[in-house]
Design a protein around this ligand. Sequence first.
Ligand SMILES: *[C@@H]1O[C@H](CO)[C@@H](O)[C@H](O)[C@H]1NC(C)=O
Ligand SMILES: *[C@@H]1O[C@H](CO)[C@@H](O)[C@H](O)[C@H]1NC(C)=O
Ligand SMILES: *[C@@H]1O[C@H](CO)[C@@H](O)[C@H](O)[C@H]1NC(C)=O
Ligand SMILES: *[C@@H]1O[C@H](CO)[C@@H](O)[C@H](O)[C@H]1NC(C)=O
Ligand SMILES: *[C@@H]1O[C@H](CO)[C@@H](O)[C@H](O)[C@H]1NC(C)=O
Ligand SMILES: *[C@@H]1O[C@H](CO)[C@@H](O)[C@H](O)[C@H]1NC(C)=O
Ligand SMILES: *[C@@H]1O[C@H](CO)[C@@H](O)[C@H](O)[C@H]1NC(C)=O
Ligand SMILES: *[C@@H]1O[C@H](CO)[C@@H](O)[C@H](O)[C@H]1NC(C)=O
Ligand SMILES: [Ca+2]
Length: 379
Amino acid sequence: MAMWSERIFLLLLFSICASSDFLENPDFESPPLNSNASSSEFVLLDQNTTLPGWTFQGTVQYVTSLDLPDTGHRIQLGEDGKINQTFIAKGDDLNYILTFALIPGGKNCSSSAGLSVSGPDSNAVFSYRQDYSKVPWQSYSHNLGRWGNGEPINLVLESQTIDSDTNSTCWPIIDTLLIKTVGVLVQDSGNLLTDGGFEAGPGFLTNSTEGVLIDAVPSLIQSPLRQWSVIGTVRYIDSEHFHVPEGKAAIEILAPSGIQTATRDTSEGSRYNLTFTLGDANDACRGHFVVGVQAGSTAQNFTLESKGTGSGEKFGLVFEADKAAAQISFTSYTVTMTEDDVLCGPVIDEVMVHPLGGTSSVKPTWLLLIFSLLYVALL
Ligand SMILES: *[C@@H]1O[C@H](CO)[C@@H](O)[C@H](O)[C@H]1NC(C)=O
Ligand SMILES: *[C@@H]1O[C@H](CO)[C@@H](O)[C@H](O)[C@H]1NC(C)=O
Ligand SMILES: *[C@@H]1O[C@H](CO)[C@@H](O)[C@H](O)[C@H]1NC(C)=O
Ligand SMILES: *[C@@H]1O[C@H](CO)[C@@H](O)[C@H](O)[C@H]1NC(C)=O
Ligand SMILES: *[C@@H]1O[C@H](CO)[C@@H](O)[C@H](O)[C@H]1NC(C)=O
Ligand SMILES: *[C@@H]1O[C@H](CO)[C@@H](O)[C@H](O)[C@H]1NC(C)=O
Ligand SMILES: *[C@@H]1O[C@H](CO)[C@@H](O)[C@H](O)[C@H]1NC(C)=O
Ligand SMILES: *[C@@H]1O[C@H](CO)[C@@H](O)[C@H](O)[C@H]1NC(C)=O
Ligand SMILES: [Ca+2]
């Protein structure tokens, strides 16, 4: 086992060395050619213009702005606006997880158009929502799927009109796309859950202090948070900007929402101990948290008084497995907001399932941590 681990570790080092950028011009800092891009804040791209790395159609504007996230250039997708870029998968059996910044375009609008993001066999529609960050932009993520070495992945971003009155529509602005690859997760023999520490998820944008929002995704396979499905919207938080109980990332549940996974190799009728850390993200989220935990057919509510200054407490729940893949879920019942009127909530991390009365050997979680993340290509 140890030798095998070492081999994986070497392979991993090799993949880090072999990593490279996937997208060309992912932050739109290379200006369009044949256009007066510096002449005004919004410049419409026409047939004579080319945008390095990208193909575009419909109403697409090149936006120059002095605001964060990158104090630079963005793209606004207007009516029927669409941009796409094809990149080539490198390495076998990797998941390609996209993170991007979404900014509301305009102020006086009766409706906001959505942003549709597609990969070759996946699609999701995103919209900017007022209550989800204290800065005027949000990071979202989408799993582009698992692809084999050399396969082309066409990433398409397109505006989606919700209202027929397009004159008073705010069109989405996008910026800073990041693709992170996540390999097949190595199972931790000391935990019957995979990615119980939430280390395998979307990448964080360099200048983002607000984490990454993960919208509802019913399938474990399509989720950007590996091995967990999402109900509602949750925030994926990084240890650089939030209190994270263990490792580099955790989940903040923004009620009413939750996450769900399944155990592997539990035996029907056997008893298990589910343990997890419940805390707060140190984001001034004060309140009385109520988190509903379901494990197999056992359900229990756990509460935490949060001062919003970064806390974490370990809890346990004994359950009997109802099948080989017992469902484990965490749901937040209380809607909590920060003083800035931003939705916030309980943090969950270090979710583990152990058989009761049996094995005592628990492998250090850093092994899982290292194996689960292959490499991040900062573009
Ligand atoms: C771009 O700028 C140049 C010189 O500043 C000017 O001659 C030209 O007409 C402009 N073109 C457009 C499309 O605005
Ligand atoms: C594109 O360039 C051609 C030739 O310079 C010019 O005649 C045409 O008006 C331009 N089209 C647009 C939309 O600017
Ligand atoms: C982050 O923001 C700073 C300005 O605050 C900017 O200079 C820098 O280029 C940004 N970095 C990225 C990767 O966008
Ligand atoms: C955009 O997609 C079209 C097909 O829909 C393809 O022909 C084109 O090459 C793509 N553009 C880029 C930059 O990949
Ligand atoms: C937007 O709305 C504000 C106040 O509601 C108003 O003062 C401003 O003139 C409006 N701007 C436009 C472009 O309609
Ligand atoms: C939208 O704006 C255009 C030009 O600004 C105008 O001709 C058109 O009538 C407007 N449409 C609506 C529905 O207001
Ligand atoms: C479950 O695990 C927790 C944390 O390790 C421990 O405190 C608790 O005693 C365990 N429960 C049982 C029934 O073994
Ligand atoms: C947990 O709390 C919620 C909301 O108060 C309630 O609806 C639910 O029945 C409770 N569940 C359990 C297992 O007590
Ligand atoms: Ca973690």
